[in-house]
Every structure is written in C-alpha cells, then in structure tokens.
Design a protein around this ligand. Structure first.
Ligand code: SAM
Length: 280
C-alpha cells in the first residue's frame, strides 16, 4: 500500500471540495481510479520521466501517473477550486507533484521539468486541438516531449490518426504523422465521465520520431497543407493556385496529379510538394 491508496475516493473529493463541473472549463471528470491507472499505463514507462499533466481537476489521472512511478508530475490547472484536492495528493507523494494554478497555454514546461518528459492529459475539449498543434509544431525538433498520451473527443482522435481517402484526413493527420507515430490506444463511452459528455472519447498516444518521416521544411509544409485542405473539395491545381503560376508543374514534379484532391494525397506527396515549392 502506498500513501496514494489512503486518499479518499474521487467522488468524496469532489463533494468535500465542492467541485461541481463547469462546462466553460471543459470539466468532464474521470472518477474511476482503475480507469485513470489504465490511461496512465498507456503513457509508457514513467519511472525515468518527468510528466506534464494539463487539467488535473480532482486528480484521478494525477494519482494514476504517480502510481505508475512518474519521477515527477507537473500538473497545470486553471480552476483554483481544484488546488486543495491536488495538494492532498502532493502531500501523499512528497517532492513528486508540483501543482501550478494557471493556463496551460501560457506555461513553458521546460522552465519546470527535466527531460525526458512525457505529456499525459484528459484535455479540456476547448483547448485540446490548440495544445496538440503547438506541441506538434515547435521551433525545434525533437520537441520537449518524448510522448503525448491525450484524451480527445473520438472525432478529433480519428482525425489525428486518419489515413488518406476519408473525411477525417486533413491538416491534423499530416501534422501528427509527419514527425510522430500516432495511434488510438483506448476508447471511452460518455458514461465513463462525470458529467457524461454527449460524445465518445478516445486516448491517442503519440511518440516523437527523432527525424521527420519524409524531409520537408516545416513552414512550407504547413502552408501547403493549410491551403490544400482549406478548399478540400477543389482540385489541387485550384486549391494551391496561391503558391505560384507554375503550380501544375510543381505538382507533377512532386509526382502528384493537378486534378487530384487533397484528401487523397498521402503524407509523402505533401512532403515532396513542399520540397518542390521550397526549391523555387
Ligand atoms: N484530469 C481530470 C480528470 O480526468 O478527471 C479533469 C479533466 S477535465 C476534461 C479538463 C480539466 O482541464 C479541468 O479540470 C479544467 O478545469 C482544466 N482546464 C480547462 N482549461 C484549462 C487551461 N487552459 N489550462 C489548464 N487547465 C485547464
């Protein structure tokens, strides 16, 4: 038994600290500690890692991460009401949990954590995609993180792992799969959360690759992909007209058909096109 096992059940924590869920903060809590331990296990071996957790809420996943032996956890929570509950967890694991009250979008993880760093979170749905895009597009690669284990609405999770040919395939899939290996590792029904959201959720595990899958300049690739998918129903030659008058030649030189549509172009094709555009 560790001191973590002596902490009260999460339903009691919520009642004691008056943590009624606030929709504006994307609060859908996980109260089943078996489930939060299972999610923490998906994050890989934590024993030699510092972990960044965004939005710990009452601390279910935080307990899971500490229980899996995380060297240190930095938990960033915007809702001050959750802090006393998190301090109880910190007291049970001296020196291993640091809680910051604040906005995860404004935190520099490297100011607080020592690599190797893993990120694990049941993300607030309103900033989940924004955080993921930031983590996938740092100025330097490899990024500060070794892996990301993140809960999203199922539809967003499917966009992250999507392959060419379907509606889910787009900018998020390209960004995620260009420099990381991404897969869905768990699916959760709405009833797993309190309160239950309207939609199902899924946990995505992303591991940073040391090098991109195919060479390309990140800014050029980003621009090409944004333009291509902004008008995803148009043929590439029309959607990408803004990249120059010779776009059809560039597309052919990259091995792509000017009459094809973005959702059919594999990652490799976008990288080849980005290299062609960068040459210009
Ligand atoms: N981790 C907890 C769990 O699994 O039960 C709570 C997850 S809940 C989906 C999202 C959490 O993120 C809430 O506790 C909410 O207060 C917090 N949150 C919302 N916006 C945030 C932000 N900008 N920065 C940090 N935390 C935020």
């Amino acid at each position: 038994m560790s001191a973590l096992d002596d902490l009260p059940p999460l339903s009691r924590v919520i009642a004691t600290h008056g943590l009624s869920a606030r929709k504006a903060l994307g609060q859908n809590f996980l109260l089943d500690l078996n489930l939060t331990s299972k999610i923490a296990r998906q994050a890989g071996d934590l024993t030699q890692c510092d972990v960044l957790e965004v939005g710990p809420g009452p601390g279910g996943l935080t307990r899971g991460l500490l229980g899996m032996g995380a060297r240190r956890v930095l938990a960033v929570e915007k809702d001050a009401r959750c802090l006393p509950a998190l301090e109880e967890i910190a007291a049970a694991c001296p020196g291993r949990l640091t809680v910051i009250e604040g906005d995860a979008l404004a935190i520099d993880p490297l100011a607080h954590l020592v690599p190797p760093i893993r990120v694990a979170a049941n993300l607030p749905y309103n900033i989940g995609t924004e955080l993921l895009v930031r983590w996938l597009t740092p100025d330097q690669w490899p990024p500060f993180w070794q892996s990301l284990t993140l809960m999203f609405q199922r539809e967003v999770a499917e966009r992250i792992v999507a392959q060419p040919g379907g509606k889910a395939y787009g900018r998020l899939a390209i960004l995620a799969q260009w420099r990381a290996d991404a897969r869905i590792v768990m699916s959760l029904p709405p009833e797993a959360f309190t309160p239950a959201p309207k939609v199902s959720s899924a946990v995505v595990h992303l591991v940073a690759r040391p090098e991109p899958r195919f060479p390309a300049d990140p800014k050029v690739l980003s621009r090409v992909v944004a333009l291509a998918f902004n008008q995803r129903r148009k043929m590439l030659r029309a959607a990408l007209r803004g990249l120059g008058p010779d776009i059809e030649d560039r597309l052919r030189a990259a091995g792509l058909s000017p009459t094809d549509r973005a959702e059919r172009v594999p990652l490799e094709g976008f990288c080849a096109l980005a290299r062609q555009i960068a040459q210009n």
